[in-house]
Design a protein around this ligand. Structure first.
Ligand code: NAD
Ligand code: WQD
Length: 349
């Protein structure tokens, strides 16, 4: 049965890909975004690709009135909550802003959901909640640190606790917490992808900035306790990640309670492997420079995805080569991201 699903942060990198999966599966999507880190045209592309329309709301999760209007105007069955601020470094400088948007914004959302009797939520959490773990791969049962390494990580831990408390107070709440590992790549069409505003911090966007001549070289952070001395991560194709949300929404119709899932492939890659894979797939040489370790970075972080494999009937199917191929396709079609699509984002939003 088609559901009406509110996707917060629908214009963003993850929200736009989740929207594609939900629409393709026959659900209706109500989008909500304040466009602080995204573009209107991301959903225009999604609509063109799926031949479906999305009800778009320019609203801010920190503004209860605007949130309430969205719930009053639309019948909503469940929420996929992707809206938020996500730059780890920035969260250290702007702790209050991050708490306000991520934690208080989520509290607003939960309050309004309750008011309208909507008690089903899928939440975008992060592997960052695990902090430094000794055991790899990481299982969902790993004990989380008392205090996270960053304000951003702390926000995610606090929100997870808030969601669990909701269910404890009222067992009608169905909560699916998805802990993402490192999503990369773009939709296979090459028309929907990652297009953040501002300078890139993550590895693949940084590589693309080297390709574009926006930076002279890629800094490779080294000095970690791994075979190559560079960090090891569990990169996952954005479309695999997005499909995990669809499976969570489907499972949620059948299962009560709080459920936590890792979304990763279970396969770690070093920075060296990612760069050489990028060079092999694209034929473009990346100029690199070795640097010391980046503050706050963990050496290695990869998932045990077996719980999601089993309970959500979900498995990541794309390889690192696929991820880079689709990223490259997106980059070639939209070298400046959605900025090159000449929409009216900056003038009328
Ligand atoms: P994104 O910045 O592309 O998307 C977030 C969206 O939220 C943006 O469209 C932004 O405009 C919107 N937004 C921000 N503040 C808002 C507010 N106050 N009200 C309404 N909308 C607001 O980032 P993303 O990569 O798509 O991340 C989505 C979620 O997934 C975030 O919660 C992020 O923390 C989480 N996450 C991302 C990654 C990753 O590597 N991309 C990894 C783990 C978890
Ligand atoms: C990947 C690897 C770096 C940039 C961050 C957040 C995490 C999550 C995803 C939201 C690491 C190395 C990177 C560069 C490099 N986001 N690197 N040169 O650090 O795993 O996770 O994004 O939840 O919370 O912390 O991702 O892409 O920044 O780094 O050598 O210029 O690439 O050391 O090993 P990370 P990343």
């Amino acid at each position: 049965m088609p559901l009406n699903i509110l996707v917060t942060g629908a214009n963003g990198y993850i929200g736009s890909h989740v929207t594609i999966e939900l629409l393709d599966a026959g659900h209706n999507v109500i989008g909500l975004d304040n466009l602080s880190n995204s573009h209107k045209s991301s959903l225009t592309q999604v609509e063109a690709l799926t031949s479906k329309s999305v009800i778009q709301n320019e609203a801010d999760i920190t503004d209860r009135d605007s949130l309430e209007r969205v719930f009053a105007m639309n019948k909503i069955d469940a929420v996929v909550h992707c809206a938020g601020l996500k730059a780890v470094g920035e969260s250290q400088e702007q702790g209050e802003r991050y708490h306000n948007v991520n934690v208080k914004g989520t509290r607003n959302l939960l309050d309004i959901m309750e008011k309208f009797g909507v008690k089903k939520i899928v939440f975008s959490s992060s592997a960052t909640v695990y902090g430094r773990q000794k055991e790899m791969p990481i299982k969902e049962t790993a004990v989380l640190p008392e205090k996270a390494d960053s304000n951003y990580g702390q926000n995610k831990i606090d929100i997870e606790k808030m969601l669990m408390a909701k269910n404890q107070a009222d067992n009608q709440w169905r909560v699916f917490i998805l802990r993402y590992f490192n999503p990369i790549g773009a939709h296979q069409s090459g028309d929907v992808g990652e297009s953040p505003k501002g300078r890139a911090n993550n590895l693949l966007p940084a590589i693309l900035e080297v390709v574009a001549g926006k930076r002279a070289h890629l800094d490779i952070y080294t000095g970690y306790s791994t075979a190559s001395g560079t960090g090891e991560r569990d990169y996952i194709h954005i479309s695999d990640l997005a499909r995990g949300h669809l499976r969570a929404i489907e499972q949620m119709q059948k299962t009560k309670g709080v459920h936590i899932y890792n979304l990763g492939t279970g396969q770690p890659y070093s920075v060296i492997e990612v760069v050489s894979s990028f060079e092999m797939v694209t034929g473009v040489k990346i100029v690199t420079r070795n640097k010391g370790p980046r503050s706050g970075d963990v050496d290695s972080c990869y998932a045990d995805p077996s719980k999601a494999n089993k309970e959500l009937n979900w498995t990541a199917k794309y390889s690192l080569t696929d991820m880079i191929r689709d990223l490259w396709n997106w980059y070639q079609k939209h070298p400046d991201g959605y900025d090159s699509d000449h929409d009216s984002d900056t003038t009328d939003s």
